[in-house]
Design a protein around this ligand. Structure first.
Ligand SMILES: CC(C)(COP(=O)(O)OP(=O)(O)OC[C@H]1O[C@@H](n2cnc3c(N)ncnc32)[C@H](O)[C@@H]1OP(=O)(O)O)[C@@H](O)C(=O)NCCC(=O)NCCS
Length: 181
């Protein structure tokens, strides 16, 4: 009776370390998704982060920009699986306004919920201090727009010629999310 209760408690309270333990001992019992973790980005992640950035954007950020984001203590987060970085998100926070500066998932890892997981996490951080969260997105980036729309972001304006583009500049859509709800 007591042992049954303890076993049920153990099922209920599974810590991260336990998940990793079960993954090693019973590899089939833990899915890949359950092993993905969000954690703060650090300098040693930069080679992988920059690799994903280059594979994902036509006009990628340089390593220096990521380093500046870390130095400025922006909210810089990665989603990792084992030693692999699968995606990252970067947000700045100032005077009650959060600004999503980058959200990116490695091309081979997209469409598994990682982008949404990172964004949900950054929104939860923004909600602690910010009244609104802003972001810019290329009008051509329909996948990202679908994600932001599903998370409650609304279009609030257009920034003319905001982005570099092959033939000059491209406008940005400005989206905002009310955080105090
Ligand atoms: C935008 C991005 C971060 C989404 O990451 P992701 O991990 O693939 O997204 P998710 O699997 O969490 O999907 C979340 C939602 O995004 C939208 N979406 C993502 N990929 C999509 C696709 N290929 N087609 C249509 N919608 C898509 C959907 O609304 C999806 O919700 P659903 O699965 O319920 O349909 C990713 O596509 C990416 O890194 N793109 C390159 C970098 C970039 O453009 N970043 C945004 C800059 S503003």
């Amino acid at each position: 009776m007591m042992r049954g209760l303890l076993d049920r408690l153990k099922d209920f309270i599974i810590y991260d370390a336990d998940v990793e333990f079960y993954a090693k001992v019973f590899p089939d019992s833990i899915g890949r998704k359950e092993l993905m973790r969000l954690r703060k980005m650090n300098r040693t992640d930069l080679p992988q982060v920059v690799g994903i950035e280059k594979a994902s954007y036509q006009f990628p950020w340089s390593e220096d920009i990521f380093r500046d984001c870390l130095n400025t203590r922006y909210d810089c987060w990665v989603c990792e699986l084992g030693d692999d970085v699968l995606g990252y998100g970067i947000m700045s926070m100032a005077v009650g306004e959060a600004h999503l500066l980058n959200l990116c998932v490695a091309p081979t890892e997209q469409k598994q919920g990682i982008g949404r997981k990172l964004l949900e996490h950054l929104i939860s951080i923004a909600r602690r201090d910010a009244e609104q969260m802003f972001l810019e997105v290329r009008p051509s980036n329909v996948n990202a727009i679908a994600l932001y729309d599903s998370m409650g972001f609304n279009e609030i304006g257009v920034r003319k010629g905001y982005y570099e583009a092959v033939n000059g500049r491209e406008d940005a859509l400005m989206l905002a999310l009310e955080c105090f709800k």
